[in-house]
Every structure is written in C-alpha cells, then in structure tokens.
Design a protein around this ligand. Structure first.
Ligand code: C5P
Length: 227
C-alpha cells in the first residue's frame, strides 16, 4: 500500500485529534498535531511576557522566533506523541486556558505561520502521516491524498471540551469553555492568512451524532476507494 498524507481540518474541539490519533494507530502513520505547534508558540510568547505591554507589537516578537525549536517525540509511557519546545516536554502545558486564550491571536501572523508550515512540510516529506489543524488541506499539504473537514454543533463541541478539561482536573465552567470555542471559531475563520475553510476537495464529517468507530469506518472506506 502506497503511503499517503491525510489532512484533517476543522473547528476547535470537533474531534480532529481523536480521529487523527485513531487513524495513525491503525495505519501506523505518524501523527502531527499542528495545533500543538501553534499552542507551543503561544506558550513561548507568554513566557517571554510579550503580552504584558499595552503596546504589544508583533515586530518585537519576530526576532525571538528563531529561538523556538519544536520536536515531536513518542511517549512510551502514555502511548502518545508529545511536543517538545527547546528539548522541554510541554505536552501538558499547552492545554491551559491561558494558552488557549492567546493561541488564535498568535496564529494570525504570517511569520509564525511560515515557520510552522515549513516544519510541517518537512515532517511530511516521507508521507505516511496524519496531520490535523486548520489550514492543512488548503495550504500546508494542498496535494494530500485525503482531506477531511470536521464539524459538530457548538454545544457538543463545548460539552466534549468541558468534559475533557474536567477529567484532567481543571476547574472550568461549561459557559466559559463555550465562549472560548466561539471566540476561536471566529478568529480562525476570519483571519486574513489561511483561514479555516472547507476546501472543495475535502470530505465533510459532521460528528455531532457520530461515534469514533463510525468515523473510522468512513475514513477506511474512503482510503479503500482511493487506492
Ligand atoms: O487544534 P487546536 O485547538 O489545538 O489549535 C489551537 C489553535 O491553533 C487554533 O484555534 C488555531 O488558532 C491555531 N491553529 C492554526 N492552524 C493550524 C492549527 C492550529 O491556526 N493548522
């Protein structure tokens, strides 16, 4: 079987990563979480206190971008891929509300998108990858063999995210989570550079009422058809 690139784009908390991870496990493909990369840059920016000034200016941040070195490494203990920022495992630090409130802002800047796009394309050179994000099928890998666009009702997405955070011991309210998701939807679909947008050659999956097994079935049927 020929190795392919599978691009999964869609709204925040629409289940992209759950599906991407399940596919990567079945096909023994590498999983690339592009959102984790944007989150890492946001964490880096927060640590550099760049949001503390009232006169925050992207131009002050650009020179610091070269200090960022991102890597994905397999975590044997937890059976997952972790992201490393300058050799520090930040996998559990990029899911915080603080990062979440800044990441879509950070993601608008072309210099940042260019840097992360280059890394993603490099990781995709040998194919055999599943990548999830917002601009993967449209921009990062426009020639990917399978493009999926994920959506789900705002309520179900907020509820899943809320449960997810609660399970990890975070104190949040459902309303707060919903507000953040709505905010990110607006930012991600309305930004000037590679906004989240369904491409004509992508297959839409609305998983408001679809189990992960059903979603996987759809994917494997599509792969079979393509082969
Ligand atoms: O997918 P996740 O929710 O982790 O992504 C976090 C944020 O990173 C998104 O809300 C979006 O602003 C940004 N992002 C992006 N392009 C991608 C992946 C994520 O702009 N390919």
């Amino acid at each position: 079987n020929q190795k392919i690139i599978i691009a999964i784009d869609g709204y925040s908390s629409s289940g992209k990563s759950t599906l991407a991870k399940a596919i990567s496990k079945k096909l023994k493909y590498k999983y690339i979480d592009s959102g984790a990369m944007y989150r890492s840059v946001a964490l880096f920016a927060i640590r550099k206190n760049i949001f503390d000034s009232d006169f925050w200016n992207i131009r002050n941040f650009i020179p610091l971008l070269k200090e960022i070195n991102l890597k994905f490494k397999w975590n044997q203990k937890y059976n997952r891929t972790d992201i490393f920022l300058n050799e520090e495992n930040i996998q559990s630090k990029i899911r915080s509300e603080q990062v979440e409130s800044k990441v879509s802002f950070i993601s608008q800047f072309p210099e940042i998108r260019e840097k992360l796009t280059l890394i993603q394309r490099h990781l995709g050179e040998e194919k055999g990858i599943v990548v999830d994000g917002r601009d993967v099928g449209n921009y990062v890998f426009p020639k990917s063999e399978l493009k999926i666009f994920m959506k789900g009702s705002i309520e179900i997405r907020s509820y899943r995210r809320y449960q997810d955070l609660k399970n990890r011991g975070k104190e949040v309210s459902y309303e707060e989570v919903k507000k953040n998701i709505i905010h990110r939807d607006i930012m991600d679909t309305s930004r000037n550079i590679s906004p989240l947008k369904k491409s004509i050659d992508s297959i839409e999956i609305d998983n408001t009422f679809l189990s992960i097994e059903k979603q996987l079935n759809i994917i494997f049927q599509l792969i079979k058809k393509n082969n």
